[in-house]
Structure formats: structure tokens, C-alpha cells
Design a protein. Structure first.
Length: 586
């Protein structure tokens, strides 16, 4: 090296090395230590770069901000994790704004390859620029370490999720070699580096979310008064899961729409929320782009499970996910949690952890599922799982275990109603009738007639190709609803006649509601007459003990031609007498 340097100096500058350098060369050739050490002049550390300056107000997150700052004082690696649009970048910028040491911010969002991470970090800390040939080699890392040696610094690595393996390797190396370094990262999944402390970033609370919407709305429409639109604003923030970016996109719409109109259109939120700032990254300009970015980072197997997860209406336990989404779901579910697409929910009465998607992500997954080739199989598995949970326990709703079974129904009711809605929309009469039958008694016990009527009306349009017991229950309830709401009594009677026609196919014991449709005085399958309280509007009918009902606004009239439809007990058969009647031939 010394000889090459000497030759270069002579050729290019026409000078020779000085006496000290020549003496050092001679001593090295003799393998003798230098008599005097040549002083090495280290370059001064680069000046600190300015810290990020916010262009908008920082709303809420006081607890999150205090914890992240506290962690930076005690831990060397802190990662803020959360879904896209949760505000990870902004929180981290606020957290390092007032910390004591110098701060270097490395923006990773625009990078496309792992070989760009070290050069970006070197630029952020003020190190020397690298040639293209040096960017992906040990010399690049050595220069970064040299630039950070001896410095007390907080390194903020923002948006790591698409380069998580490369960032994790770099952070591990830097922390091992630089005791004065602390690292704060933001990502949709953890780095997985030893010593990493996570700060999961959840939703804004309702008051913070409302304040954020109001501030951003006033910025685009100065005459906007949030007090005039409080219910609609609260609904928007709730349906957007309290996530800052979607709320800001919705607030930008206030310039051309009222909050009530925005709320009404949130069912199509991916078309609605498209007015992000021009200067932000493309993936933050629209709500769909935010979720697309997360979706594209999944492996094919993870993407398939996330798509199937769109079948669920709300939180479900791991067993349900496995039963509906496939045997590999249990193994893949933690990966969706790690990547902030699925959120674990604790605090259930049965102690089981449940899992849910934020509403925006769930709607995205549901749209993907609608176009997936296994859509029908997944929705059928969802409905069948709920039937397996509800049907065996349905008789317990009428016994001493009623409260326990009602708790079971309440836990799965949201899922069952979603499955019922899909079955009706798909014209799946068998599953629709069975799901309705499994839920109906719990609604009756709780006095929820508002659920009985609309569902019985919708199911009435479906083919009755379902188990006779489920169809009979649906039709009897429909008759009761007609009577209870003062509807057409002829329609109620038609439903009861249809139940009577099914009577021979109904297994015993029959549902108590269906028993209400038994032709009065008709014998049971065991050959005994039913005991019933005579209706004040009924008159005894000579013959087989049936009671003919006079027309009443509350009780449907049973026509004389209905009769008993049991085997051997028709309109002209000999029947067991009902209470207070004489036996005879009909």
C-alpha cells in the first residue's frame, strides 16, 4: 500500500513521501514497531440533521406518546406496530421531537429493495455518500458504523414492513456494535430482533376521533360546525374504527358532502375515501391503496386465510376460524395478527381469545371473498358451523339450562344473523329455514319481535326444500307475526294450513310453537288428545272434536276443511275428543 501510494504521488504530483512516512515504511519492512505513532485525525462527527416538522396538528394519543417516550429512555429498540393508517409515523415523529440525543430519520417507504436500506441510513445520519458499487457490500455497513461511532443518537426507521428482514438484520448489527445508539421503528409487523419492545397502536377513542374529524373538516370548510353534525360524525368515526387516516380522508369530503351523506355512503367506503393529499405517498392517498399495500405483503397462504376471514361478522375464537377457514388456519392466524390485519380481543366471558378484523379490512376481505373461487364453500362452512353450534342446544332454551344456552346464542348471534342473511340472499332455503329455527325461540324469549317479522317475511319467499320441522316453525311464527301485527288474517290462516299439511312429517317432540298450529282435538302420534285451553272465540265443532274459530283480529280462523292431517285422523276419521267435546264421526 505504501509503495503504491509513493508511486502515485511521484507520477501524479511529482513529489516523494516525507521522512516520517519513509521511516515508517522501513520499520514495517523490518517487522519493527514504529518508533513514534503517526497521529490519526478522525473526522468530526457530521452535524445533526433537523428533526421532522409537522404540518398539521397532532390530535389525541397522549397515552401512546407518553409510553413511547418512556420506552425510548429505557430500551434500545422500540417498534410501533399497527395497521396501515393508524398514525404510526406521526406518533413516532412526535415521540422523538423533544428527546435529548440527536435524531436521524430514515424514510423507508419509497425504497424498493433491501440493498437501499444502508445507503438511506447513511444519508440520514450525515455519512459519506456511497458509489453505486459500494452500496450493497461490507464497506457500506462499515461506513455507517464509523459515522455513528461515539455518538448518542436515536435512529428512527419509518415504514419497515416491506423490508422487514433487511431492516432487522441492520438493526441487530448496529445495536451490537454501537452502545450509544437507540432505535425507534414503525412497521405493520415486529422486526423480531432480540430486545425489541413493541408498542401496539390501537384506535383513537371516540372523543379523540371526533376532534380529529372536526379539525380536519374545518381546514377544508371553515364554516363547518361539528356540533351541528355530532351524531353523523360519531357514526363515521365508529365505522372507520377510530383510525386516523380514514377519518382524515372522510373529513376531506366535507368540502362537498355533509357528514350524514358521508355516513350513508360508507358501505362503499373504498370508492368514497379517495381524496388524500397529493404530496403523500400513493399508498396513503386512498383507503383502498392503504389496504392494498398490506395485502400485497402477505404470502399466498396468508392472503387466502385473510380472504376467508372476510366471512365473519365480528370476533370469533380460533376454533371457529379453523372450522370455517381450513385446517391450516390455526397455524396461519398468528401471522395475520403479527401483520396487523387481525386483532386479538380478550375479555370474553368464557375466557377464550377472539380475533377480529377492523371493519375497513373486513369489508376489503369480504369483497375479495365474493370474487374468490371458494366463496360458496366458505360461506356454506360458516353457516354449517353455526348450525352445529346452535341446533343441538336449541331445546335447552325451554328448560332449566335456558340462561346458559341464551349465553351461547348471544356469543354467536352476530355470526348466525350474517349467515342467515347470506343464505336468504343466495336462495339457500334449507340453511335459511334451519338458521331461523335455531334463533327464533331465543328472540321470542327476549321479546325481540323486531327480528322475527323481517326474517320471517324474507324467508317466506324461499323454496321450502328444508327439514319439515324447520319449515313448520318458520310458517307458524309467520302466522303469529301476521296476527300480532294485525296483518291479513287470511295470510295467517294460509301459513297454518301449510303447517297442518306438514303434520305427518314432523318428528316428535314437536316444537312448542309448532304445537300451537295443531288442529284442535287432533290426536298426537301417541294416540292421546292434546290438552288445550278453549279459546274464548272458539266454538265446538261436532264430530272429531276440532274447534272452529270465529274470525278475530288476533286469532286466525281455522276452516272446517283443515281437519286433522295425522295418519288415520283426517276430516272424516274418528278422532279423540278434545276437552269439553263429545267423540263421534267427522
Amino acid at each position: 500500500m505504501l509503495d503504491r501510494t509513493r508511486a502515485a504521488l511521484a507520477e501524479e504530483l511529482g513529489v516523494d513521501p516525507g521522512p516520517e512516512l519513509l521511516r515508517t515504511r522501513t520499520e514495517l519492512l523490518r517487522d519493527d514497531p514504529p518508533a513514534t505513532a503517526i497521529p490519526v485525525r478522525r473526522p468530526a462527527p457530521p452535524p445533526d440533521r433537523p428533526r421532522p416538522v409537522a404540518l398539521t396538528s397532532f390530535v389525541g394519543r397522549e397515552t401512546d406518546l407518553a409510553r413511547v417516550r418512556s420506552l425510548l429512555g429505557s430500551a434500545r429498540l422500540v417498534t410501533v406496530v399497527g395497521p396501515g393508517g393508524a398514525g404510526k409515523t406521526r406518533l413516532s415523529q412526535e415521540a422523538v421531537r423533544d428527546v435529548g440525543p440527536a435524531v436521524a430519520v430514515v424514510e423507508l417507504a419509497a425504497l424498493t429493495g433491501g440493498d437501499q436500506v444502508v445507503p438511506a441510513a447513511l444519508h440520514a445520519v450525515g455519512g459519506p455518500e456511497l458509489s453505486v458499487a459500494d452500496r450493497d457490500g461490507p464497506d457500506a455497513l462499515a461506513r455507517l458504523v464509523s459515522s455513528l461511532t461515539g455518538r448518542e443518537l436515536v435512529l428512527l426507521l419509518d415504514n419497515c414492513e416491506h423490508l422487514v428482514d433487511d431492516v432487522a438484520g441492520l438493526v441487530h448489527e448496529l445495536l451490537a456494535r454501537l452502545p450509544g445508539l437507540r432505535v425507534l421503528t414503525t412497521s405493520r409487523e415486529p422486526l423480531g430482533v432480540p430486545g425489541e419492545i413493541l408498542h401496539p397502536l390501537g384506535s383513537l377513542d371516540p372523543a379523540q376521533a371526533t376532534r380529529l374529524f372536526a379539525e380536519r373538516a374545518v381546514a377544508v370548510r371553515p364554516d363547518f360546525d361539528p356540533a351541528d353534525h355530532a351524531p353523523a360524525v360519531a357514526e363515521i368515526c365508529r365505522r372507520l374504527d377510530g383510525q386516523p387516516l380514514p377519518i382524515e380522508l372522510a373529513a376531506a369530503r366535507v368540502r362537498s358532502m355533509s357528514p350524514a351523506e358521508i355516513a350513508d355512503r360508507l358501505a362503499d367506503r373504498f370508492r368514497l375515501l379517495v381524496s388524500g393529499a397529493r404530496t403523500v405517498l400513493p399508498r396513503h392517498q386512498t383507503l383502498r391503496a392503504v389496504v392494498d399495500w398490506s395485502w400485497d405483503l402477505l404470502s399466498p397462504a396468508e392472503r387466502a386465510l385473510a380472504t376467508r376471514f372476510g366471512v365473519f361478522a365480528g370476533p370469533v375464537d380460533a376454533g371457529t376460524v379453523e372450522a370455517v377457514c381450513g385446517d391450516d388456519a390455526f397455524d396461519l392466524l398468528p401471522a395475520l395478527v403479527e401483520k396487523s390485519l387481525v386483532v386479538p380481543v380478550d375479555g370474553a366471558e368464557d375466557g377464550a381469545t377472539r380475533y377480529r378484523m377492523l371493519e375497513t379490512i373486513r369489508e376489503y376481505a369480504a369483497a375479495r371473498l365474493a370474487d374468490a373461487p371458494d366463496h360458496d364453500a366458505v360461506t356454506a362452512a360458516h353457516a354449517d358451523h353455526l348450525l352445529a353450534v346452535l341446533e343441538p342446544g336449541e331445546p335447552r332454551l325451554r328448560g332449566g339450562d335456558q340462561l346458559d344456552q341464551l349465553a351461547v346464542v348471544r356469543r354467536v348471534e352476530g355470526e348466525a344473523v350474517r349467515a342467515l342473511d347470506r343464505a336468504v340472499d343466495a336462495g339457500d332455503g334449507p340453511r335459511a329455514h334451519r338458521l331461523f329455527a335455531a334463533l327464533a325461540w331465543s328472540w321470542m324469549v327476549r321479546g325481540d319481535l323486531g327480528s322475527l317479522k323481517p326474517w320471517s317475511d324474507r324467508i317466506a319467499t324461499l323454496p321450502a326444500a328444508a327439514p319439515a320441522a324447520a319449515v313448520a316453525l318458520t310458517r307458524t311464527i309467520r302466522a303469529m307475526v301476521h296476527i300480532g301485527f294485525g296483518d291479513d288474517q287470511g295470510a295467517a290462516q294460509a301459513e297454518l294450513d301449510a303447517v297442518v299439511a306438514l303434520w305427518p312429517e314432523l318428528p316428535e317432540p314437536r316444537h312448542p310453537v309448532v304445537e300451537l298450529a295443531r288442529p284442535p282435538g287432533c290426536c298426537s302420534a301417541r294416540g292421546t288428545a292434546p290438552r288445550s285451553r278453549p279459546s274464548p272465540t272458539a266454538t265446538a265443532t261436532p264430530g272429531c272434536g276440532r274447534r272452529r274459530h270465529r274470525s278475530s283480529p288476533r286469532t286466525p280462523r281455522t276452516p272446517a276443511t283443515s281437519g286433522c292431517s295425522e295418519s288415520g285422523c283426517g276430516p272424516h276419521a274418528t278422532c279423540s275428543p278434545g276437552p269439553g267435546t263429545a267423540s263421534g264421526s267427522g
